[in-house]
Structures are given as structure tokens and as C-alpha cells.
Design a binder for this molecule. Structure first.
Ligand SMILES: [Zn+2]
Ligand SMILES: [Zn+2]
Length: 333
């Protein structure tokens, strides 16, 4: 039996009797990161990085049983060596390396190869079998350098500000919201946050992360204070009456999906910024190549395209069925 199998509850290691990012409740779950399609409730025991632990508690409750580790720190379960390695996706995100009797598997969880300065630098890990996400596995997905995107965002916000508009920026509340704070804090314009974003920020600040201060929007927030300001909101707030308070405003969406022509209009936004927390097509290929893996399993997204491409290159690749959402960037949980 293979060291890792693809069961109906998730990726499973029989030798260690644990799962990785299971989508059904199990006894022992290794969690790559705190996004809701990877970190689900109901597991008896969770294992993750130190940075993921407080985020798991925020999302799943204080009373969960969670053990946390440093990157690269080995943990042994019934002779299976487990270690977590930076995935560069969001704060705390990890790839999982599993080794037993010389056989090595790596599961990426979600990852990106560009270093965003807050999520840890993606670390290529050598292995025999590599299970990779493939959210943006189409050759059309090729990201511009984040500095260029940050600058565009910066200019857009300044223009809105000078014209008396509030800039509402829709970004996933865990990950993207913190990442866009870097360029936004440099504008010198006051930044407000939706409760979902502020909850994550406060959790991170309490666990020692340095993030620019933002002000929580509440029923007491005065309309005149919001004039020409910046608001960071989760995508779930996109078409709700919550936005009325910010009028007049301009809306922007920050997501890899904004690369597709028409998506800005479809989302009823004034601007789209192609800023993703997933690897683009060159990033995926570079990551696969760096592992030296003989077998590559694809999950999550355009897996058939990636598998076909790898097969044509002479590499063994197969798609695996998982329950990770294909576009968590586009949908808030
Ligand atoms: Zn994710
Ligand atoms: Zn995911």
C-alpha cells in the first residue's frame, strides 16, 4: 500500500493513521493552512504550524485540540516522519512532507512562489511523490510582479481619494486582506476594515505579527469619517446593503481571477487587481521541477490541464479527487 492514499475523507497515511486537510471529521488531522476548505471542524486532534494555530482557534473555536510546530521541525507518528515547510500562500501556510522507510511524499496545500513578505518564502522540498494544487494551472495565468500591482492599487486609491470617493477593496479576509495592507498603508489614507478582516488582523497581532493599524467599522462609525477613506472587506460583503454607508465609493476586487477579461465587469467592480495567493502557471511548473518528483498528483482547480501537460512531458501524473474548493479566492466562505 502506498504511504499516502486518496480516501473518501481526504489524503490518508495508513502507517501513521492520520489525514491531511480531511474534509470529513477524523481522529488526527494535519492542517496545511486555516482557509475553510482545508481546515474543517470536527477533528479530534489538529496538527499545524505555530502561526496557523491561533487562526484555527479563531475559525474553529478555542476548545479544539491543536498541537503546533515550527517549520522543518520533525514530528514522528508510528515511525512516520512528518515536517511542515513554508508554502508562501498565507500566514502560517505549510506544505506537508511525509517520510517513511526512505519514501518521501509532499503535499503543497495551497502555495505561491512569489514571496509576499508576510506568508513565509515558499520552500521547494525534494520528494518522490508530489501532490500539488493546480488552482491556476492554465498557461494564460502568469502574474505580474506584485510591486507593479501594488503600485496600480496605490494609484487607484489616491485618485479616488482626490475625487472624494471611498475605495472599497474586496479581498479574502485571511491572506489577501493582510497582504494588500502593505501598499495601502503607504498611501497615508485612513484604512477601515470589515469585522471579518479585523478579527483576523487582531488574532495575528495578538500572536506577534506586525500589521498596519486599521479601524473596525461598526454601527457607531460616522459616515463623514469614511469619506475618501479605504475600506477592506471580504468578498461576502460585495453586493450587500452594508456598502451604502460608504457612498460615494469605488469598488475593486483583488484576485487572480481578475486576469480573465470580463471578470471585473461580471463582478460589478470599478477595478480589478490581479493579485493572487496561488502560484501561476510558470510558478507551478517551477515548483514541480524543483521537487525532482517522479510522480505528480494534481488537486484543486485545472488539474486535468496540468496532468495532461506533465504526461506529455513524459512525467507520471494523475488527477486526484479532493473536496478543496476550486476558487476560494473568488468566494468567501
Ligand atoms: Zn488557501
Ligand atoms: Zn485551497
Amino acid at each position: 500500500m502506498a504511504l499516502i492514499t486518496f480516501s473518501s475523507s481526504g489524503l490518508y497515511c495508513a502507517q501513521g493513521n492520520f489525514y491531511i486537510d480531511p474534509w470529513k471529521p477524523v481522529d488526527s488531522a494535519i492542517i496545511t493552512h486555516a482557509h475553510s476548505d482545508h481546515a474543517r471542524p470536527g477533528n479530534k486532534k489538529y496538527l499545524c504550524t505555530h502561526d496557523t494555530k491561533p487562526l484555527l482557534k479563531l475559525r474553529l473555536g478555542e476548545d479544539i485540540n491543536v498541537e503546533s510546530y515550527n517549520f522543518n521541525e520533525p514530528v514522528f507518528i508510528n515511525g512516520v516522519k512528518i515536517s511542515l515547510h513554508p508554502a508562501g500562500h498565507i500566514i502560517g501556510s505549510a506544505q506537508v512532507r511525509i517520510e517513511y522507510k526512505g519514501e518521501i511524499w509532499v503535499f503543497t496545500g495551497d502555495f505561491k512562489t512569489e514571496n509576499d513578505g508576510i506568508s513565509g518564502k515558499f520552500e521547494p522540498v525534494r520528494c518522490h511523490n508530489f501532490i500539488t494544487e493546480s488552482t491556476f494551472a492554465l498557461p494564460i495565468y502568469k502574474w505580474e510582479k506584485q510591486e507593479i500591482i501594488y503600485n496600480n492599487l496605490f494609484q487607484w486609491v489616491l485618485k479616488n481619494n482626490s475625487e472624494g470617493f471611498c475605495s472599497i477593496i474586496f479581498a479574502y479576509s485571511l491572506g489577501k486582506a493582510q497582504r494588500v495592507l502593505i501598499p495601502l498603508s503607504k498611501t497615508g489614507i485612513k484604512i477601515f476594515g470589515h469585522g471579518a478582516v479585523c478579527n483576523v488582523n487582531e488574532t495575528l497581532i495578538n500572536s506577534g505579527h506586525n500589521l498596519p493599524a486599521i479601524t473596525r467599522i461598526s454601527s457607531e462609525t460616522k459616515k463623514e469619517d469614511l469619506k475618501s477613506s479605504i475600506v477592506i472587506a471580504p468578498t461576502s460583503a460585495e453586493n450587500t446593503s452594508w456598502l451604502k454607508k460608504f457612498q460615494p465609493y469605488k469598488k475593486a476586487v483583488c484576485s487572480g481571477w481578475m486576469q480573465v477579461r470580463g471578470n471585473v465587469r461580471r463582478r460589478n467592480a470599478d477595478a480589478g487587481f490581479v493579485l493572487s495567493d496561488h502560484a501561476d502557471w510558470p510558478g507551478l511548473l517551477e515548483a514541480i521541477n524543483a521537487t525532482g518528483a517522479q510522480k505528480v498528483f494534481t488537486t484543486h482547480g485545472f488539474k486535468s490541464v496540468l496532468t495532461k501537460y506533465l504526461n506529455e512531458k513524459g512525467l507520471f501524473s494523475a488527477e486526484v479527487k479532493t473536496s478543496f474548493s476550486d476558487d476560494e479566492e473568488g468566494k468567501e466562505e
